[in-house]
Design a protein around this ligand. Structure first.
Ligand code: 0O2
Ligand code: 0O2
Length: 202
């Protein structure tokens, strides 16, 4: 397979969505309002990870576009838990793409301790051979959830998905601690935002 050609439209999707989501943040900044978005990252799934996932789930190579939903991946990181739902609502109201699936792992964490809100969208992208509707995954999470997920992801990589029991236990506790941190911060959200507004004006 010519992977570069295959993945080029996905790279286009990632870049376009990054511009659009960063645009939301900028608009809040111009209006000196608290942005529900702290930062955005995006990536095209590396070919090795695509092949690994395809093999693990018995996905034929001609069905990658439909079956692997996160070839184009966007991550929206927020300060507060409430911000996650604000971002979801904002995305829901857009007319430039369609949400085809959503998973709320924020209110219902995964067994690992993972929290995040996932949206799978269908995004129309123009290519030299016409318009293509491609799937993309948008993960929306707080800074604390992101910190946890990043570290857990590294450990999964290191231990090839077989994290030793004692480390798994610690990760579960760390997930609870991250959740508590989010809860505590939510309680002083207005104080923090007020301070940030004053700082921003200066
Ligand atoms: P900004 O907002 O203009 O500074 P790019 O092609 O540069 O847009 P790339 O190379 O994919 O994006 O960047 P990467 O390494 O994935 O990081 C994405 C963005 O997230 C970067 O900003 C980082 O500065 C930002 N980032 C990562 N961690 C944090 C964090 O903890 N806090 C904040 N506030 N930002 C973080 P950009 O893309 O340069 O955009
Ligand atoms: P990458 O690029 O390595 O992050 P399933 O695997 O069947 O549970 P599915 O269809 O993969 O479900 O979707 P799901 O569960 O919504 O998760 C998709 C992505 O969410 C994963 O992509 C991760 O990025 C993230 N994720 C899900 N669960 C966890 C978790 O327990 N820990 C961490 N750190 N991330 C998680 P990939 O394929 O792993 O790709």
């Amino acid at each position: 397979m010519n992977w570069e050609a295959k993945l080029a439209p996905y790279a286009q999707v990632v870049e376009e969505l990054k511009v659009k989501l960063k645009g939301i943040r900028k608009q809040y900044e111009y209006e000196s309002r608290h942005s529900p978005i702290e930062f955005i990252t995006g990536r095209v799934k590396p070919v090795s990870s695509i092949l690994e996932k395809a093999e693990k789930r018995n996905i034929p190579l001609d069905q990658l576009d439909q079956e692997i939903q996160d070839i184009a991946g966007l991550r929206v990181v927020c300060q507060f838990v409430d911000d996650i739902y604000e971002v979801v609502e904002m995305i829901r109201e857009r007319n430039d793409f369609t949400i085809i699936d959503e998973r709320d792992y924020v209110s219902r964490k995964k067994e690992s301790g993972y929290r995040s809100y996932h949206l799978i969208i269908e995004y129309p992208v123009e290519t030299i051979s016409g318009m293509k509707n491609l799937l993309a995954e948008i993960q929306i999470r707080t800074l604390a959830m992101n910190f946890w997920a990043t570290n857990e992801h590294s450990l999964n990589y290191k231990y090839k998905d077989k994290i030793p029991a004692d480390i798994k236990n610690r990760l579960q506790r760390a997930a609870e601690a991250a959740f508590k941190l989010d809860e505590e911060m939510s309680k002083i959200k207005h104080e923090v935002q007020e301070a940030q507004r004053i700082f921003h004006r200066k």
